[in-house]
Design a binder for this molecule. Sequence first.
Ligand code: NAP
Length: 305
Amino acid sequence: MSATIIDGRALAERLRRSIDEELQVLRLSEVAPGLATVLVGDDPAAAAYERHLRRLAEGLGYHYVCERLPAAVEPADALATVGKLNADPRVTGILLLRPLPAHLRHADLDATVDPRKDIEAAHPTNVGLLALGTPRFLPSTPASCFYALDAYLRDSGREPSAFYARALVCVVGRSSTVGKPAQWLALQRDATVIACHSRTDAAGRLGELTRLADVVLVAAGVPKLLRPEMVRPGAIVLDVGFHQLPDGSIVGDVDPRVAEVAEALTPVPGGIGPITDVWLVGNALAAAAIARQVEPRFGSGTARG
Ligand code: NAP
């Protein structure tokens, strides 16, 4: 078998168009999205990502602003910058670009973002709402995994709700930003979920458990962790990992040879990553709608309710 490669760039463009269409409708209700990024220091990858988000947001006609802070910024000044964006009514979504310098505590800054503008869904209130099954925003990376999976299922003639009701989903990784919310999103779809982590692997049980699953979502941060013999033939595999190897090549957490046994696979690069970027921008639209007491379509049908 040779897996269908799920084209994340095409899905990202599909998602972007759906945001654009919704925005045209919401403008009639005076919904006006605005995205703010905070860039600390001069990390080239963060700066390139900032330019990419700016293009996406401005291309959709959003208000956009980037706050640039020096690497040695005082923590109080960084918090004050977030406070200024919280108070700006033109800004409906705030994103703190990574990496942050070591002297700034990410959790402190995350908790300072107004939860109504927290498009990363990293504020404790938004994490709690998601865990309760009543999310305000969906965290972009796990939401993008399920956006890709839903789209793949529909495109291949399957109704997602019927699929999930019978599916065993194995999530490898339990981070607060990807693994745990991915488990919650799978549960909210009525899938049966297996949660694996580094101790599962240390106990020698990882492959045994991933091999049971109809869907394996890997977010472990370990290059090529999931090998072909760990995948049930015909399973669908979602690869969240992103690594640049010493030779410059980019790989994910899934060994590309998994394509020999899986039904479908998200590639790296060009899989989950491009969808994630658009999802963040979509969350700024959802925030703008909620601020005007309009129920957004963006994010619905994926976990909101
Ligand atoms: P993280 O915070 O480092 O968490 C990694 C998780 O994987 C932990 O729960 C860890 O278990 C588990 N793990 C580590 N080694 C393992 C092993 N050998 N077997 C099974 N589980 C193992 O990483 P993250 O932020 O979730 O990110 C995961 C990957 O996704 C990284 O490669 C990152 O670059 C990538 N990423 C991509 C996107 C995107 O948009 N595509 C976004 C975010 C992250 P313990 O809890 O036991 O330590």
